[in-house]
Write a protein that binds this ligand. Sequence first.
Ligand code: AMP
Length: 424
Amino acid sequence: MFQVPRGTRDFTPDEMRKRRYLEQTMAATFTSFGYGEIQTPTFENLELFTAKSGESIINELYAFTDKGGRELALRPELTAPVIRCYVEKLQMEPKPLKLFYFGNCYRYDRPQKGRYREFQQAGCEIIGTDTYEATAELMALAFTLLKNTGLKNIQLNIGNLTIIGAILKNLCLLEDDQKRLLPFIDKAQFDDVKSVLRDSNVSENDAERFISVLQTSDINEIRGFITDDPTAVKELDAMETILSLLKNAFHISEYEIKLSIVRGLDYYKGLVFEIDAPVLGAEKQLCGGGSYELVSLFGGSEVPTSGFAIGFDRTILALEEEGFPFPPLKLDVFIVPVNPDMIPTSIQISQELRSHGLSVDFDQLRRGVGKSLKYADAKHIERVVIVGPKELETHTVTVRDMKTGNQETVAITEIYSKLKKPDV
Ligand code: AMP
């Protein structure tokens, strides 16, 4: 028997209803913040991804050569493709350009719960501004997107690469040691951070202070570490203003400064952020983003750019863990022809109700009334229309409320007004 490839999944109608719910909710939120949707190809030229991350990224990609000898890769993320598209055709658009997307991504990861080889991201890029208000809005959007899905418990963590860079410079680390340190910092593995620092001859006292600054959310304690670096001081002041907008104007206060958020230094710069759903345990990171530089690397005129990507699959897992009641996939009405002669009328009634926007099915197995009612019950269908010969003589049908078992005779001409959904 054939099975899905490792790290990929099928989505049944029951799962697709959750995914469509999430997509619709997120698209509505993106749109409400003035973003327009963009779609790029599933595969790109391999170079698009190696340009920023180097050849070593190929190990993590689904990269292949096509029949024409072109080196291609299934996209591992959408920021590089969206910026490629911007440089190719959108540079002359009025700024800021606010673009959102949904798309499948492919990474040669080790699969586990919340980590797949094919997964979906929902994300956005804002091109052409890096004002404090734009940065505050970007984080507010990420937070609001997740909140609007119905998630209750999420936490926004904010770091800054300029500031962490200044602190690392003070420790006089060699570039190689810095590179070795970053993954440990990112994963908050502080014992490993300590041992790298020890290997690099950083004093025990400095190492302790460094680890404490990685864990503090106190701006003043951070300030104490960077007083001799004017660029970092300016960045911290900017961060203070951004956070004040986030709290006092966007009214989002579930955030913390966490300098251990470093997100791999290859194209991010300055402010970076992540949103976690603690309910997910190990793979709890739902969203990652920040400001980055890619436009000039791809041949465009430099403009400020920032964005984020949300793990769509993990958001669904988090909603499920929190017991979120996803809107059910339900038929509004089931129609039962009592005998084969009633089939044409049953179809006509189905079509009439469908044309008014109700979801309708009719019995296509000729299984009779009793079994049809059992089927409707199993499918949680609340209303059944029974089309019988006697009623048809008087142009009526029987409408059954499956919850109460009550039945009513209704004129066929009145059936839609009887069954229509209440105005909301
Ligand atoms: P990244 O592009 O690595 O910053 O990832 C952004 C978000 O995508 C993460 O926060 C995750 O929620 C999600 N994500 C990343 N890799 C995977 C994966 N292999 N499987 C499922 N979700 C993922």
